[in-house]
Design a protein. Sequence first.
Length: 264
Amino acid sequence: PKKTRVHHLQQWKASGERWSMLTAYDYSTARLFDEAGIPVLLVGDSAANVVYGYDTTVPITTDELIPLVRGVVRGAPHALVVADLPFGSYEASPTLALASATRFMKEGGAQAVKLEGGERVSEHIATLTMSGIPVVAHIGFTPQSVNTLGGFRVQGRGDGAEQLIADAIAVQEAGAIAVVMEMVPADLAGQVTRKLTIPTVGIGAGAECDAQVLVWQDMAGYTSGKTARFVKQFTQLGDQLRTAAATYADEVRRGVFPGPEHSF
Ligand code: KIV
Ligand code: NA
């Protein structure tokens, strides 16, 4: 495979080729996903949940995310690596957004950044774009705003549909290279996808988006507890790893491991 560039996303939109994005937070998994041909990897602020164990994405900082970006970039020579700008690192002004995004590019090695919001961050997106930083937008349910959105719920229902469409158009006009739509009714997501010239990346947004994204631990059955309706578990890695760890411990206890073939 060749290196994914921003213009490939545009080409796939034009040719109607569907593609996938996965999150990644370290070198080892990034390498596997790159080998699997996943063209775009996201170092999501969902690291707050799956790496650091926070309840929401609100607490995670730029300093906690940048080291993860470095590992992913080293592991994924072909994928386009997108880094999430965390809560508090960009909202206040386009200038703050530029300073934070610049750190992710220079210190992390990211090739693009993602931020949450539509119309309200269109100037931020324009400033980054003009400065040479490709931006992925994120509209619909935006987890960093969980405290104002009233919990984890579908967005764009009823009156919300018009705002969602306005947000999608605003981020495209500001120069976004793609837009993630999270927890949006499938029909509305399809409508937005047909309206836009940039790719839509759905998560809980139905089958008509140009691309799909999932948190890798969700996709691989590597999370504990209940997963969202929009998640499909393509394997049960959590069960496999727990069993492997228990078997290892058991073999050590019984003196089965290490055997002569593991010894010098
Ligand atoms: O942080 C994240 O993982 C994300 C994706 C789920 C879109 O923003
Ligand atoms: Na995110």
